[in-house]
Design a binder for this molecule. Structure first.
Ligand code: KG4
Ligand code: ZN
Length: 335
């Protein structure tokens, strides 16, 4: 079965072709980072318009790279939610129109389901069941994943997501959007131990998170300290240490609570080197296995949508109707 996957929930237009026998055939991405940078964050209206410009050429590109044609498609999958309404509508409208024209099913996929199944695209792939840490710009969640389509929320952030904390810290440190990679790069040049920031809810005894207090602590530190480059780097380093310690500790707690031995990490913050190092170290210490998507499939992409659709179709997901509806807010536990 050959599936075209389309991701357009935020600031990346991602398309991919996945074949249920041959695997991922091709994927292509257009990032809107340069366009939004001037505004310091994603401008939803500009995002929607840019998805419109990119989606057709990218669809042509992934078909050409794989040596396939539109008539070879067996289904068209798209991100149905959560995300920016206008941006989601571009992918939904394109996917459903194409599916209608080709007389194949259109499959609406939950963006986070795409992320959490993406490590299954790697050579080193986890077996079910596992615990998933979803760390993106809008979400920080721990889920128990029993099988495709069975997701139980174990805990989540009560306020800011981890990615959001990275992005807000970046702004406080005078770094460009998107903040995660910039803070991470700066932190690597900093000195660990000069500053100590709070570890919110580290010992709360549950699997919930809270990161808005950490951002406030960074804001106060930035105000108090001199604005030289090495101080900024040391603050970035202290911030990253705090966030990584909280994420790693809660992952270990989730594995203990569920009695599972496999952890999957997905979403943009999963690309963070320090987080990966911390989880790798904990996995050796505690004796669990940890799985990541390929680095290029950590942030938003079309491959995870095509792949999730292939797995969901096999397990009986009904085709979407042809009404252009999306779900800007959508709990993963509801899929
Ligand atoms: O999953 P994603 O690409 O989009 C959403 O679904 O939100 O995640 C984007 C988030 C942003 O907050 C970005 O700053 C963060 O992931 N991010 C990182 C890194 N790369 C992306 N955060 C920390 N370290 C990174 N290397
Ligand atoms: Zn995402």
């Amino acid at each position: 079965m050959l599936i075209l996957g389309i991701e357009s929930s935020c600031d990346e237009t991602g398309l991919a072709l996945y074949d249920s026998e041959a695997g991922l055939l091709s994927h292509a991405l257009h990032s809107q980072v340069a366009m939004h940078q001037a505004y310091g964050g994603v401008v939803p209206e500009l995002a929607s318009r840019d998805h419109i410009r990119r989606v057709v050429p990218l669809a042509r590109a992934v078909l050409a790279r794989a040596g396939r044609e539109l008539k070879d498609l067996d289904a068209v999958a798209f991100t149905e939610g959560p995300g920016l309404a206008g941006a989601l509508l571009v992918g939904a409208a394109f996917a459903k129109s194409l599916a209608f024209a080709l007389d194949v099913p259109a499959l609406g996929i939950h963006h986070l389901e795409g992320h959490l199944l993406s490590p299954l695209l790697s050579k080193h792939r986890p077996a079910f069941p596992f615990v998933a840490l979803l760390v993106s710009g809008g979400h920080t969640q721990l889920m128990r994943v029993t099988e495709v389509g069975q997701y139980e929320l174990l805990g989540e952030t009560l306020d800011d997501a981890a990615g959001e904390a990275f992005d807000k810290t970046a702004k406080l440190l005078g770094l460009d959007y998107p903040g995660g990679p910039a803070v991470s790069a700066l932190a690597e040049t900093g000195h660990p131990g000069r500053f100590k920031l709070p570890r919110p809810m580290l010992n709360s005894g549950d699997l919930e998170f809270s990161f808005s207090g950490l951002k406030t602590a960074v804001a106060m530190l930035v105000r108090k300290q001199p604005a030289d480059a090495s101080t900024r780097a040391d603050i970035a380093c202290a911030f990253q240490e705090a966030i990584v310690e909280v994420l790693v500790t809660k992952c270990v707690a989730a594995l203990q609570r569920t009695n599972l031995g496999r952890l999957v990490v997905a979403g943009g913050v999963g690309a963070n080197r320090q987080l990966r190092a911390g989880l790798d170290e904990a996995s050796r210490r505690e004796g669990f296995e940890v799985f990541y998507p390929e680095l290029e499939l950590c942030t938003d992409n079309g491959a995870m949508i095509a792949f999730a659709a292939a797995l969901r179709w096999k397990s009986g997901l009904p085709p979407a109707d042809l009404v252009f509806s999306v779900r800007p807010r959508w709990d993963l536990a509801e899929v």
